[in-house]
Design a protein around this ligand. Structure first.
Ligand SMILES: [Ca+2]
Ligand SMILES: [Ca+2]
Length: 273
């Protein structure tokens, strides 16, 4: 009885030791790889023309794909003055599988333009737009873009994300990543240049809304134009103000997040669809 108990203990410790060694090996491999990613990104940064520019790892109201799904998305940006052919490039969220997703033949990104890759694990909704075979983890992970020679073009490592907020390079195309109002398929500075000001120039209610909402302008403000932008910074409406209190019908705007601008005051509005 004693012997068999000792034997089972030693087997147990043996297993634990093997598990520990395996864990240590994995951590070591990951560390070396992350370090090599970091070093690679330093050496290629000068020549790099396409970057991972923005991501959204938890999308519930921001933008829909061609199937109408609010899925995770990755925004690439071509900061060069020539079109870049992305045929056979790769994008992955796995260090041990760099060719996890191959960008379809015929995919290209125009000069100074953006390309959205839907990370929805649903390639059947592609190839145009591109749908990768993985999703992004809201709690954070790694994302690597590689060319057709499986050389790393760009990589990011991100932490916990905020639902419906972008994680974007500021300045656009070159800066460090910050969590901010999303700029889907557009310049990351469109929103951030309009500093969100929560002053009392106007009130909106209800927010969120299904379509109709009310605006009350503070008596101390006398601007006559009220502007509405989508998350890409495009103007969707301009209202001439004739009264300090009025109603807006937003049913033509589509659903999602909108930016309301009155003078220097900017507020966000959520339209439910
Ligand atoms: Ca989808
Ligand atoms: Ca953007």
């Amino acid at each position: 009885m004693m012997l068999s108990r000792q034997k089972s203990y030693s087997i147990l410790y043996g297993f634990k030791l093997i598990k520990l060694i395996t864990m240590f090996k994995q951590i070591l491999i990951q560390t070396i790889f992350t370090l090599s990613l970091f070093l690679t990104s330093i050496t290629i940064s000068e020549a790099q023309s396409v970057v991972i520019n923005e991501i959204m790892a938890s999308n519930t109201i921001t933008a829909t794909d061609n199937a109408g799904d609010y899925d995770d998305w990755i925004e690439l940006y071509n900061k060069s003055n020539v079109t870049v052919d992305l045929s056979g490039w790769h994008i992955t969220d796995k260090l041990d599988n760099l060719t996890k997703y191959e960008i379809p033949i015929g995919t290209s990104i125009d000069a100074n333009d953006y390309l959205i890759i839907w990370a929805d694990e649903d390639s059947s909704q592609g190839p145009n737009p591109v749908h990768a075979n993985f999703k992004l983890s809201k709690s954070g992970e790694i994302l690597i873009l590689l060319d057709s020679f499986v050389s790393i073009v760009d990589s990011i490592s991100f932490g916990q994300q905020t639902t419906d907020m972008g994680y974007a390079r500021v300045p656009n195309g070159s800066g460090n990543f910050v969590i901010q109002t999303p700029t889907f398929n557009g310049n990351n500075e469109t929103i951030s240049t309009n500093k969100v000001n929560k002053s009392n120039a106007f009130k909106i209610f209800p927010n969120p809304t299904n379509g109709v909402f009310n605006i009350i302008i503070d008596d101390n403000f006398n601007e006559t134009i009220f502007e509405v932008f989508d998350v890409q910074g495009r103007k969707v409406d301009e209202i001439n103000i004739t009264s300090k209190q009025f109603q807006v019908n937003a049913s033509d705007w589509g659903g999602g997040l909108f930016v309301l601008k009155y003078g220097n005051t900017v507020k966000r509005m959520l339209i439910l669809k």
